[in-house]
Write a protein that binds this ligand. Structure first.
Ligand SMILES: [Zn+2]
Ligand SMILES: [Zn+2]
Length: 380
C-alpha cells in the first residue's frame, strides 16, 4: 500500500473526514496495480511525436524506394499495436469456455484438470491463467502487458510478437537512416570525417563535429539517438519471445517450470507414466482437443519427499523421483515451426495430420534434453 504521512492523514481527518486521503489511496492503488492506458498512450505518443520530429529532417532526402519502405515501416507498428491492444486476448467466459477447453490438453505437470478459478467460477482450461490486473481468466496467458494495456494471450500473442518485430525494425531503419544523413552532413562540411574515427582527427575534434551534426536538425538528431538506444531493448524482448516460442512455452509457464526446478532440487518431485489410450472424464477434461499429442507423464510433488500414494494420483506404474527438468517432457512443444504456427494462426488444427508417437519424435527438431530444462536455463 501507499504510505501517507501521519500529519497529512490527521489534517484530512479534520477537514474532509478522511475522504481526500482515501481517494488518493484508491487512485494510487489503481495507478500502480489497476488497468489503465497511461503507458499505452505514452507509447503511442512516443512513436508519433518521434516520427513528427524526425521526418522533416530526412524525408526530403529519401529515395522513392526508401520512402515506400519507410511509410510501410511507420504504418505496421500502429496496425499491430491496434490489434494487440484492442483485440480480445482470449478471455474465458461461459460462452467461450468450451472453445478454449478444446485448444490444449492438460499436461498433468503445469496444468491439472479440475482446477477452478474462484473469481471467475470456471474450470481453468490448460495453459490459462487468471489476470489479477484485468480480473479475468485468459486462454494461454503469457503476461499482462502495460504497453498494450491488456493481457498477451491465445488470440493476440501473434500480434504482440509482430508488434515487437515491426517496432524493432522501425527503430533500426530510423537509426540507420538518421545516422547516415548525420554523417553525410558532417562530411559535406568536413571532408574526411568518418563515423569510425579517422586517426587524423583528435577525439576532441571528432566529437565536436559529431555533436554539431546531431544538433543540425535537432529533431532528426535527437530521435536518431533515441532509436539507437531503444532498438536493442526491443530486439532483446523480441528475441526472448522467439525463444519462448522455440521452447513451446509462455512467460507464465516458464515461471512455473522454475518452481518445478526448485521442487526437483529438494527431491520432492515424482513422475510416472500416463497411458495414452486412457479414458478421460468429460466432467473435468475435454475428450477432444486440436493438439496432436497427449501427455505421457504425470508429474506431482509431495510434502515430505516420499513417493505419492499409488492409488491417489493418475498414471500407472512406479513413481520415479525427478531431479532434473531435462527428464520431463514439455507437452506444448511441437518443434519451432509448429509452435510458431500455433502463435501466428490461433485455432490452427494440428489434428488434420495423423501423428503417431513415432512421428512425434521426428516433428520436434531439437534433442530432448533441451526441453523443459532449456526454458529455465534461459530465464535464470
Ligand atoms: Zn479467473
Ligand atoms: Zn491482464
Amino acid at each position: 500500500m501507499i504510505h501517507m504521512p501521519n500529519a497529512a492523514v490527521a489534517l484530512d481527518q479534520r477537514l474532509t473526514g478522511g475522504r481526500a486521503t482515501a481517494w488518493l489511496g484508491r487512485f494510487a492503488h489503481t495507478f500502480m496495480y489497476g488497468r489503465h492506458p497511461t503507458v499505452l498512450i505514452f507509447f503511442f505518443l512516443l512513436l508519433s511525436v518521434g516520427e513528427v520530429m524526425y521526418l522533416p529532417g530526412v524525408w526530403p532526402r529519401m529515395s522513392t524506394l526508401s520512402r515506400i519502405i519507410g511509410a510501410v515501416s511507420i504504418i505496421l507498428p500502429y496496425w499491430f499495436l491496434y490489434l494487440a491492444a484492442f483485440k480480445d486476448p482470449g478471455v474465458i467466459t461461459p460462452t467461450t469456455h468450451s472453445k478454449y477447453m478444446s485448444k490444449y490438453p492438460y499436461d498433468y505437470a503445469l496444468f491439472h484438470p479440475g482446477q477452478v478459478c474462484r473469481t471467475c467460477n470456471i474450470i481453468k482450461p490448460a495453459r490459462s491463467k487468471h489476470c489479477s490486473v484485468c480480473n479475468r481468466c485468459v486462454a494461454k496467458m503469457d503476461h499482462h502487458c502495460v504497453f498494450i494495456n491488456t493481457c498477451v494471450g491465445y488470440e493476440n500473442q501473434g500480434h504482440f510478437v509482430l508488434l515487437l518485430l515491426t517496432t524493432a525494425w522501425l527503430l533500426t531503419f530510423g537509426a540507420v537512416l538518421g545516422t547516415r544523413m548525420i554523417c553525410e552532413d558532417i562530411q559535406a562540411r568536413h571532408p574526411g570525417w568518418r563515423l569510425w574515427k579517422p586517426s587524423r582527427f583528435s577525439w576532441h575534434d571528432y566529437l565536436i563535429l559529431l555533436t554539431f551534426g546531431i544538433q543540425d536538425h535537432v529533431g532528426r538528431g535527437g530521435v536518431t539517438l533515441l532509436t539507437l538506444m531503444t532498438s536493442p531493448l526491443v530486439w532483446g524482448l523480441l528475441g526472448y519471445h522467439i525463444y519462448l516460442i522455440y521452447c513451446g512455452t509462455t512467460t507464465n509457464e516458464s515461471m512455473k517450470w522454475q518452481d518445478w526446478q526448485a521442487e526437483m532440487d529438494d527431491g520432492f518431485a515424482f513422475k510416472r507414466a500416463m497411458p495414452t489410450d486412457r479414458v478421460k472424464d468429460p466432467r473435468w477434461e475435454p475428450t477432444w482437443t486440436r493438439w496432436p499429442v497427449e501427455t505421457m507423464q504425470v508429474l506431482v510433488r509431495t510434502e515430505d519427499g516420499s513417493p505419492p500414494d499409488p492409488q491417489g494420483a493418475p498414471g500407472v506404474g512406479d513413481w520415479e523421483r525427478v531431479w532434473h527438468l531435462r527428464d520431463v517432457e514439455n507437452l506444448y512443444d511441437l518443434g519451432f515451426w509448429d509452435n510458431l504456427l500455433d502463435v501466428l494462426v490461433p485455432g490452427y488444427s494440428f489434428r488434420d495430420e495423423l501423428v503417431t508417437d513415432e512421428e512425434r519424435g521426428r516433428r520436434s527438431k531439437k534433442p530432448k534434453e533441451t526441453r523443459a530444462s532449456a526454458i529455465v536455463d534461459a530465464a535464470t
